[in-house]
Design a protein around this ligand. Sequence first.
Ligand SMILES: Nc1ncnc2c1ncn2[C@@H]1O[C@H](C[S@+](CC[C@H]([NH3+])C(=O)[O-])CC(=O)[O-])[C@@H](O)[C@H]1O
Ligand SMILES: O=C(O)C(=O)Cc1ccccc1
Length: 242
Amino acid sequence: MTERKDTIFAEPQDIKKFEFDQKVVEVFPDMIKRSVPGYTTIIQGIAEIAQRFVQPNSTIYDLGCSLGAASLAIRQTVDRSDCKIIAIDNSPAMIERCQMIQSSYNFAMPIEVMEADINELEMSSASMVILNFTLQFLPRGHRQELVDRIYDALLPGGCLVLSEKITLQHKALDEHIIDLHHDFKKQNGYSDMEIAQKRAALENVLLPDTREKHYKRFANAGFSEYDSWFQQYNFASFIAVK
Ligand SMILES: Nc1ncnc2c1ncn2[C@@H]1O[C@H](C[S@+](CC[C@H]([NH3+])C(=O)[O-])CC(=O)[O-])[C@@H](O)[C@H]1O
Ligand SMILES: O=C(O)C(=O)Cc1ccccc1
């Protein structure tokens, strides 16, 4: 499939809150690569982490899978038919496209693509759970409960990979880092207007936490081993092991 360029915020518009609708689905691969520093590296890293952490006869959960980039990378890398991936998203448009993409590949590892709310999903026998830039879209009050349920669903030695846009604790430094992210977007061809309009659309939709808050949630859930394995500007990925 040819990749369509993201021009969603290119023209001046009344700003509505950001949604994962059909318009976003059409440009999503381009949007995420031009907006999230390290996205491709993180996807590749998740596949490498899977090679190390996936256990026999276990399940891998990709929560907020969008088009299933992380799932696809794992299926490409981990050649096992005794495990399965469950990929979940609550956007019908994302799930329809994800289904189409995943079914066009024939790997040993089976995948179930489901439209569902990750807050209501029952999970068990998990060797790996992926939240790749998803937790940031949940109301803050729902986040601890989800991390608790992930901990409970993990097998001993299983891991959670959590990637997030983060806020830095020190305000002045946080502002510099946000500017560096905006410079990254400019270098990738977004105009100042596109950056400003998308920022307004994401207000109260994408709610970043600090690294310290994420670490507290891991600890509260019962994880004793966690750290970051990737960061570029205010985009970080963490691993927590049960
Ligand atoms: N409650 C929810 N239940 C299920 N899905 C949800 C929920 N809330 C939001 N989503 C879904 O979480 C996804 C976040 S994008 C993930 C990228 C992907 N992980 C990737 O590796 O390419 C990140 C981004 O675009 O910055 C969207 O598809 C939402 O529909
Ligand atoms: O574009 C941004 O500023 C982001 O923070 C990342 C992003 C990427 C794709 C959809 C929503 C947010």
